[in-house]
Ligand binder design. Structure first.
Ligand code: ADP
Ligand code: MG
Length: 682
């Protein structure tokens, strides 16, 4: 008997080459292999006589080979092998393209089981490249429900099938981790059966049952993990805030808060008076005014004698928050400091000194805040802006700088309910579902290259009216180099050949922090008319005078991302526009982009995006902080998610949070899942 931790190379037929291919799929051990689940199945159980085969309906049949296979070399790179087979009902011509070696194994006079799809017309019927095996062999490609695995270059489905089959024959699948009472109550297939059935189902129904079980398990593990964390936090203590007076704060605000902002602040204030650490998400569409909510909470924190830290994902954003928060709070006597990586060593040292001795009360910064040399006198509140952009490591590193500080995360990405349930299962949520008054929706258009002259004229017109424009260029996939060049070249072209009379500025991710700030600063100060940028401006940037955004190659962006980008305009009083330029002719792509022209509702757009692209890509790669699920798909397994969540809550209520021996396997699985996801959790 082999062990789950044994390398795949102990399997017959898995040498160094195969091992490398498996490694490309992150499969190293037998356990990895057994946990490499099929993405689909082909029902090859149906056997019919040749005479009853139907065109375009794949099926299995038994037949005898009627002649020796003959291969014709048609031209370079094209061999055709033909052979005729027959059963009691009919004859059938088989055709194989470039499969000489395989096809010529068919022996005249012998019987095989075939699986294939009949094609044909009035000229007659034939079948192209069927799979076949001897009737007395173990069914691999015929007479079964065939699992279809995710593959990689060079690795065939058949070799994965064989490897998995072997692995399951020589070692036991992973042990059961779900509590017996859960299995019973939710009528869940036991683990052992599920692992066999997902790889070697007797029927499609069985495959489905196995899949359900494994999805349930993933969701259960995940939500049990969240529930454990929530429970652990509930017993933590932190001094309750007592001074909740916001009168002075309100008196310096240049506007009245929206109802939604008010409500969020009240919800947060209630958390802060409880004496347990807060963990709350403020979610609001672009422009809904999250910064003011953060400011209010930071102010309360300082009024209660503790420090607040606001972490922004980019230097530009940190700068901007620093500017607006100090404008607002300095008159109220709050010491606001900035700490970013691009500051000079001396500046950083000075600021860190103030953070350590407590003179700095509200500290705005980038991940420089979490570096080891930053020590807080008494960190009471951590605010993470645009939280999905942070590695969770950074967020929790910042939290660990205080003694269980309150945590407030702010996200502009409207998260569909399904995802919110998962990502923030352990967070309380406040929603800013109201924009400040006077905002007009941004008019959005989708145009092709033929509109170039009109686009240029429109840019000129906006600038002539005293406004500014963004031109966004996509990240080119092959790497940053190209991306950089795209924005750079385009800026150059615009300046030299299109708008010699306008002031064109350039901003991209490869620029140094100080340089970026300088560009951004001068654009904000209206010293440039057009800012050509990559998606570095996606988050948070606030220049109310910008009224037009042109997105080049818009089809390269995700819908939610475009929505974020579009949020950069329409922030002042003037009517604003967004022009999506795309040469793409794919009707689906165009439909997707048109959806964006029709609505400015971030939630609707996010739902659409999620349905189209799946959660993995939803926030851009690896930024989602979402767990990596192996079987479960968030868009279609909502029902199972709900059940699993319910089950996990019941389980924790019954067990408490104590570490019982029975829950050991489950706990280690929870740890594994969260490690794989780089932990979404605080
Ligand atoms: P978010 O971070 O949610 O995208 P911001 O906090 O950057 O939004 O706010 C967007 C703009 O709206 C800012 O210029 C801000 O000063 C302004 N703003 C915020 N709250 C209000 C309000 N209640 N009334 C009017 N303007 C507001
Ligand atoms: Mg913001």
């Amino acid at each position: 008997m082999a062990r789950l931790s044994d390398p795949v190379t102990i399997l017959k037929g898995v040498g160094p080459t195969k091992a490398k291919q498996f490694a490309a799929l992150n499969i190293y051990t037998l356990e990895d292999l057994i946990c490499h689940f099929p993405r689909a199945y082909e029902d090859r159980t149906k056997m019919v006589p040749i005479g009853q085969l139907e065109v375009d309906k794949p099926a299995c049949f038994r037949a005898v080979v009627m002649n020796n296979p003959r291969t014709h070399h048609v031209r370079k790179g094209l061999d055709i092998t033909k052979v005729q087979v027959a059963d009691h009902s009919a004859r059938l011509n088989l055709v194989f393209f470039n499969q000489k070696f395989t096809a010529e194994q068919l022996q005249y006079g012998r019987e095989y089981v075939f699986y294939g799809t009949l094609s044909g017309d009035y000229m007659g019927y034939n079948m192209t490249s069927p799979s076949f095996e001897a009737p007395d062999s173990t069914p691999i490609t015929t007479r079964r429900v065939l699992p279809i695995y995710p593959l990689t270059a060079g690795l065939s489905n058949a070799s994965v099938v064989k490897a998995v089959q072997q692995a399951l024959a020589i070692c036991d699948p992973p042990a059961e981790i779900l509590p017996p009472q859960v299995l019973e109550k939710y009528r869940i297939l036991p683990a052992e059966q599920a692992y066999y059935a997902i790889h070697q189902p007797q029927s499609m129904a069985q495959a489905d049952q196995a899949r359900k079980r494994l999805i349930f398990e993933e969701f259960f593990v995940f939500s049990a993990g969240l529930a454990l964390m929530r429970a652990a936090r509930a017993v933590k203590k932190t001094p309750a805030y007592r001074n909740m007076d916001l009168q002075d704060f309100y008196s310096v605000l240049p506007f009245t808060l929206t109802g939604a902002q008010d409500r969020a602040i009240r919800e947060i204030a209630a958390d802060l008076q409880k004496g347990t650490p807060m963990n709350r998400l403020v979610q609001g569409d672009v422009g809904s005014g999250k910064t003011m909510v953060a400011a209010a909470v930071a102010y309360l924190t300082v009024q209660n004698g503790r420090q607040a830290a606001l972490m922004a994902p980019t230097e530009i954003l940190a700068e901007q928050h620093f500017a607006s928060l100090s404008r607002l709070l300095t008159p109220l006597g709050v010491q606001v400091s900035l700490l970013t990586g691009s500051m000079t060593v001396k500046q950083k040292k000075q600021t860190r000194q103030c953070i350590e001795d407590g003179t700095a009360q509200l500290i705005v910064g980038t991940h420089a805040l979490v570096s080891e040399s930053t020590v807080f006198a008494d960190l009471g509140l951590v605010i993470a802006d645009e939280q999905h952009r942070f590695g969770v490591g950074q967020r929790s590193a910042l939290s660990s700088k205080g003694q269980d500080p309150h945590v407030l995360v702010m996200s502009a990405t409207p998260i569909p309910r399904t995802l919110a349930l998962l990502m923030y299962g352990d967070l309380e949520v406040s929603v800013l579902d109201e924009l400040p008054p006077g905002r007009e929706p941004v008019d959005t258009f989708l145009v092709g290259e033929s509109y170039r002259a009109r686009i240029n004229a429109f840019i000129r017109k906006q600038v002539a009216e005293g406004h500014q424009c963004y031109v966004v260029c996509p990240a080119v996939e092959e790497g940053e180099e190209l991306n950089l060049k795209a924005a750079e070249t385009w800026a150059d072209t615009l300046q030299k050949t299109v708008f010699p009379e306008l002031r064109i500025a350039l901003l991209h991710g490869q620029m140094k922090g100080a340089q970026k700030e300088q560009v951004m600063g001068s654009f904000a100060a209206a010293q440039a008319d057009v800012l050509v940028a990559t998606t570095v401006i996606e988050v948070g940037v606030d220049v109310p005078n910008a009224t037009l955004m042109v997105v080049e190659d818009a089809d390269r962006f995700g819908l939610s991302q475009l929505h974020q980008l579009r949020g950069r305009v329409g922030r002042g009083g003037a009517k604003s526009y967004c022009i999506l330029v795309s040469q793409n002719k794919n009707p689906e792509t165009l439909a997707r982009l048109k959806a964006l022209c029709k609505t400015t509702d971030g939630f609707k757009i996010a739902e659409e995006d999620l349905a189209l692209r799946g959660p993995g890509d939803f926030f851009g790669s690896r930024q989602s902080g979402l767990p990596v699920f192996r079987v479960a798909s968030l868009s279609c397994d909502l029902q199972t998610l709900k059940l699993a969540q319910q089950a996990s809550v019941e389980w924790i209520e019954a067990m408490g949070t104590s570490d019982t021996p029975e829950s050991q396997a489950l706990r280690s699985r929870i740890a594994q899942l969260f490690a794989r996801s780089q932990g979404t959790m605080n």
